[in-house]
Design a binder for this molecule. Structure first.
Ligand code: KIV
Ligand code: ZN
Length: 559
């Protein structure tokens, strides 16, 4: 911001609550959830949803596990009204799901809302009016505190009267002092208590007091103070469900909600992926999965988050950002080498420790949850670009393609692949990584290639005779040699054409797990007489031929 502009702004006043208790609380149980996707979310869309899309979205919310769903503002538009009528008339509302309708505290709108809910088994009628000094002054033309309080009281009374006319529908009152976030606390309390006084909730028939963080003006701790203060002072607190409705103007919707839950709130309103006016409402996906990541059951099922995200993107025509917690395309992807290394170690170790121990506590560096728990796969965890480390490439070759490279081979292969990514100026796919690995480190056949071989294992222990045909710089040679194993006998055979400027210093082999076109991989480390060490890799359906090809590859790479 331009420094000259700062004089326009003021600090937000703190709340005097020296005996606040919320900082010492932990969140140990789930709140009541209410989705406002079909209302606050929908009203913030450049292209609002059609009735068919709303029906599909409603069904998605039900499948996720929401038991309270704000279905719209039926008195505001025919689409909203007709959508709700279809839900009711077509019996689409499950027994255990309660619909919620939003309405301003104005008589004709409340009456129209009652027409909209007619025939529903249960409905939350959510009335609101704006209470903040800014709104009283600017929007309502210097309206007095008393007049605004009276609007709330009259609205509550009308809902009470109309509820009595539809005894087949259980009506639950919800009242929101809209813009609670910048309303004087004593006044917000006065208005809420006046509404409670009208409704007369009981333990068996509670009402909801919703305290909207309509616009986030301040930090989450002050919001938590406001919620704790209200919770302490509300009349008939036991008969009141204290509800949160946080927006995200300062980017702290989730934090503000978490602290306010610690401050005693019982219920949370929000949307999937934080859709909503301006910077959005609270992101319920993040909040619920944060709870899951601490072992708390939420009643919401995000085990196939990718599918939920796709549907959400189709309905809303919005995109979930790549860095969105839990749901973003890149959030289980490590580009940095040291992160990749640590994740690989963590996953490998967990695989070993989890065998026979299904309750093993999660603990993998950089991964707050197991991506599989929300339907994401390990395959996407590590992607390679020029910032990646040696562990990342080895991880991809191992997990995706079944090649368990010797550790001392990682730096060279890693460097080659990162240089390639740098050259392309982008990350490489796992298939491109395999291709580049094969092209440069596997079965290299020039200038030396082995075209045929026969190994005869002599009886009586450890003696092998090798007959082979090789091509050296285009010339074919038939060679033979003896040794205590296939590699050793081939090394001696190579001596007959004067290829003896190296020695074999290490050898590994394994079956290729999950590979499609080969069944064995061998790695041979050669040391040139000038001291250089280098690994060659051979891949073949025969483990012996894989070993010879690895040796030949190593020799070629030393040239
Ligand atoms: O943000 C808000 O204050 C609202 C109210 C209508 C609850 O959406
Ligand atoms: Zn809102």
């Amino acid at each position: 911001m331009h420094p000259n502009s700062l004089s326009k702004y003021r600090p937000f006043p703190a709340i005097s609550l020296p005996d606040r208790t919320w900082p010492d609380q932990t969140i140990s149980r789930s709140p009541i959830w209410c989705s406002v996707d079909l209302r606050d979310g929908n009203q913030a869309l450049p292209q609002p949803m059609s009735i068919e899309e709303k029906i599909e979205f409603f069904e998605l919310l039900v499948r996720i596990g929401f038991k309270q769903i704000e279905v719209g503002f039926p008195s505001a538009a025919d689409t909203e009204f007709n959508f709700l009528r279809r839900l009711i008339d077509e019996n689409r509302i499950p027994e255990d799901v309660t619909i919620q309708v939003l309405v301003q505290t104005r008589e004709h709108l409340i009456r129209r809302s009652f027409e909209a809910i007619d025939g529903a088994k249960r409905a939350i009628v959510h009335i609101y009016n704006s209470t903040s000094p800014l709104q009283r002054r600017v929007t309502f033309g210097d309206a007095s505190r008393e007049s605004i309080l009276q609007v709330a009281v009259d609205g509550a009374q009308l809902v009470k009267d109309l509820a009595a006319t539809i005894p087949e529908t259980e009506v639950i009152l919800q009242y929101s002092p809209e813009s609670f976030s910048d309303t004087e606390l004593d006044y917000a309390l006065e208005v809420c208590n006046a509404v409670i006084e009208v409704w007369q909730p009981t333990l068996a028939k509670k009402m909801i007091v919703n305290l909207p963080d309509t616009v986030q003006w301040t930090t989450p701790n002050i919001h938590a103070d406001m919620i704790e203060w209200m919770g302490r002072h509300l009349n008939q607190r036991d008969a009141v469900i204290l509800s949160l409705h946080t927006h995200n103007d300062r980017g702290t919707g989730v934090a503000a909600t978490e602290l306010a839950l610690m401050a005693g709130a019982d219920r949370v309103e929000g949307t999937l992926f934080g859709n909503g006016e301006r910077t959005g409402n609270l992101d319920i996906v993040t909040l619920a999965l944060n709870m899951n990541s601490h072992g708390i059951e939420t009643g919401l099922d995000f085990s196939d988050l990718t599918d939920i995200r796709r549907k959400y993107e189709r309905f809303t025509r919005l995109m979930v950002p790549e860095r969105q917690p839990y749901a973003g395309e890149l959030v289980f992807t490590a580009f940095s080498g040291s992160h990749q290394d640590a994740i690989k170690k963590g996953l490998d170790r967990r695989e070993k420790e989890a065998a026979g121990n299904p309750g093993l506590v999660w603990g993998v560096p950089y991964l707050t949850i197991d991506p599989q728990d929300i339907g994401r796969s390990y395959e996407a965890i590590i992607r390679i670009n020029s910032q990646s480390g040696k562990g990342g490439v080895a991880y991809v070759l191992d997990r995706e393609h079944g090649f368990d490279l010797p550790k001392s081979m990682h730096p060279l292969v890693g460097k080659h692949i990162y240089d390639l990514a740098d050259e392309h100026g982008r990350e490489l796919t796992t298939d491109e990584i395999r291709e580049a690995f094969f092209e440069h480190f596997v079965n290299v056949e020039s200038p030396l290639a082995v075209t045929e071989y026969q190994l005869v294992h002599k009886p009586g222990g450890g003696h092998v005779h090798c007959d082979a045909t090789i091509s050296l710089a285009g010339t074919i040679h038939k060679i033979e040699g003896d040794g205590n194993g296939p590699i050793n006998s081939f090394v001696h055979a190579l001596e007959s054409v004067d290829l003896k400027d190296f020695k074999v210093t290490d050898y590994r082999s394994h079956a290729v797990q999950g590979g499609s076109d080969a069944s064995a991989a061998a790695y041979v480390q050669l040391q040139h007489e000038d001291g250089r060490l280098l690994w060659g890799t051979g891949v073949d359906s025969s483990i012996e031929m894989a070993g010879l090809k690895a040796l030949v590859t190593g020799w070629n790479l030393l040239r």
